[in-house]
Ligand binder design. Structure first.
Ligand code: ME8
Length: 511
């Protein structure tokens, strides 16, 4: 049986509403999931929300509500945003759901019974916003090395996970599995981190200090540290301990898509937790870069957040999705600016893609009575176009496998440019003037079919606009899109449909 494609996003904190960074990870996962479905792979796409811990408790306090109310209100914002952004997740997990709490409790109990967890004393520097203890040498100028904010000295009894016992194993595992942590720079970063001694991980908070978490099954005076709870979501949703058949199919063929800010928690905490639990490692941990604004990471706390729905109101959802995937090289930082969005929109989408559809539909209306024409014998120039489109399918899937999504899109848009040049070269309007009706029919069929086929490769990125494009070309996509990947699916006689531009040049807020 073929290996299913299981892809996850981080589960996002419900302390605030989603911004463009959360949307980016989620859209990337969606695009990968849609490409996998297009290839006929069994696909499970998981996203969700991280609802326990100090950040959420504090956000609730600030708003004068209890943490569960905070989570219930904010989760709707995430769910609505994903719906609006055409995110096609198969499951949405909330860490306050009983299905998750049960698994966390079972894991904790098992690790406690097997001596992987012990009670100890912790003294350290604690970063409140990051909810993490740091050692003296971790600090940068006396501040949190992650967020740069001041830390507090804290001593308390807590439970610890014997993470240090797995250091040598982890170094060896990463060295033996070159495509485990991607890209290469992040893999090296983790190996660098592991050159320093690895400490045991403090995995509880006393209820007296933080009440909002999953109580320890063997000591009600403590709740589980939010990261220890959150990471387990990936196995909960795959059916761990509940649906062994499903779990054995999905695990470990999973890709964790994350931002580089949470590389250590995934590559060190999660991997060692899995090892202690006795589960195999995920297939890939893929860390992407940050969206920045004038060089600074976009984040709520820095006050430079871009609301994804505001952008979608101006350019349309699919254009925003296209921009995010086309503009960033997976793994590197990218700068978000209205000018860059506008540039891509006007150039790639309005001029190249939208205009091609518009021209084609106009010509088919003018020369072929508004119906997809019956092609005659193909000339060399026609078969070259056909071959190019068929080769593009394989090339695109190869690029997707290599996670070079921006290059895949560049290639697809290059083919759109070729279809435009094909029309210039074959000049159906001249053929029409010369009374060569069959040649006109062949050219317009080939160009329309090339556009239909090329557009399949854009469908994972722009599902709604590509659906509209097909509708205009009189094509009803088959229920299994994979069946549309061959040349010759457009049906002669199908009526084409005129309409407003696919990507209007004049853009602005919806209201
Ligand atoms: O860390 N550019 O949740 P979180 C790109 N709950 N991506 C960004 C970004 C930016 N400027 N800002 C945020 C958590 N992200 C934990 C995760 S997983 C078991 C628990 C994205 O709400 C990126 O994916 O702080 C980053 O890793 C994530 O949001 C952090 O989301």
């Amino acid at each position: 049986m073929s290996v299913p494609f299981y892809v996850t996003t981080p589960i996002f904190y419900v302390n605030d509403e989603p911004h463009i960074g959360h949307a980016y990870t989620t859209i990337l996962a969606d695009v990968l999931a849609r490409y996998a479905r297009l290839r006929g792979m069994e696909t499970v796409f998981l996203t969700g929300t991280d609802e326990h811990g100090q950040k959420v408790q504090e956000a609730a306090q600030r708003r004068g509500v209890d943490p569960q109310t905070q989570a219930d209100e904010m989760v709707v914002r995430f769910q609505r945003t994903w719906e609006r952004l055409h995110v096609s997740h198969d499951d949405f997990i909330r860490t306050t759901e009983p299905r998750h709490i049960r698994v966390v409790e079972a894991v904790l109990q098992d690790l406690w019974d097997r001596g992987e967890i012990y009670l100890g004393e912790y003294e350290g520097w604690y970063c409140v916003p990051e909810e993490r203890f740091w050692t003296e040498k971790d600090l940068v100028d006396g501040n949190c090395p992650d967020c740069g904010r001041p830390v507090e000295r804290l001593v308390e009894s807590n439970y610890f996970f014997r993470m240090s016992a797995y250091q040598d194993w982890l170094i060896e595992y990463i060295a033996d599995h070159p495509s485990f942590i991607r890209p290469e720079t992040r893999r090296n970063e983790v190996l660098g981190y592991l050159r320093k001694p690895l400490h045991d991980l403090c995995i509880t908070r006393p209820v007296s200090r933080l009440g909002w978490g999953i109580p320890l099954p063997f000591d009600p005076d403590y709740v589980t540290y939010v990261w220890f709870d959150a990471l387990i979501n990936y196995v909960t949703a795959a059916g761990y301990l509940v649906d062994e058949e499903r779990f054995s199919r999905l695990w470990p063929s999973v890709m964790h898509l994350i931002g580089k800010d949470i590389l250590t928690t995934h590559s060190v905490y999660w991997t060692t937790m899995l090892r202690a639990i006795g589960l195999p490692q995920p297939r890939t941990i893929l860390a992407h870069g940050w969206w920045t604004s004038s060089g600074d990471k976009i984040s709520k706390s820095l006050g430079n957040a871009v609301r994804p729905l505001d952008m979608a109101d101006i350019y349309g959802v699919d254009a925003l999705r296209y921009f995010l995937v086309r503009e960033a090289t997976l793994g590197r930082d990218a700068d978000f600016s209205q000018e860059r969005v506008a540039h891509r929109y006007q150039g790639d989408l309005a001029n190249d893609l939208g205009n091609l559809l518009h021209r084609l539909v106009n010509m088919i209306q003018r020369y072929c009575e508004g119906r997809i024409p019956e092609p005659g014998e193909l000339a060399e120039v026609d078969t070259t176009l056909c071959d190019r489109c068929l080769a593009l399918v394989d090339q695109t899937f190869r690029q997707v496998d290599a996670l070079a999504l921006n290059e895949a899109l560049a290639q697809v848009m290059g083919t759109v440019g070729e279809i435009n040049r094909y029309l210039e070269r074959t000049a159906p309007w001249k053929q029409a003037r010369a009374g060569r009706g069959e040649r006109v029919a062949t050219i317009l069929y080939c160009a329309a079919e090339a556009l239909r086929l090329t557009a399949i490769l854009l469908q994972p990125v722009m599902p709604e606009r590509v659906g509209e494009l097909w509708h205009r070309l009189g094509w009803q996509a088959p229920s299994s899109l994979q069946d549309g990947l061959a040349w010759g699916s457009l049906q002669p006689g199908a009526p084409v449909i005129g309409g407003p531009p696919l990507f209007p040049r004049e853009v602005g807020p919806a209201d």
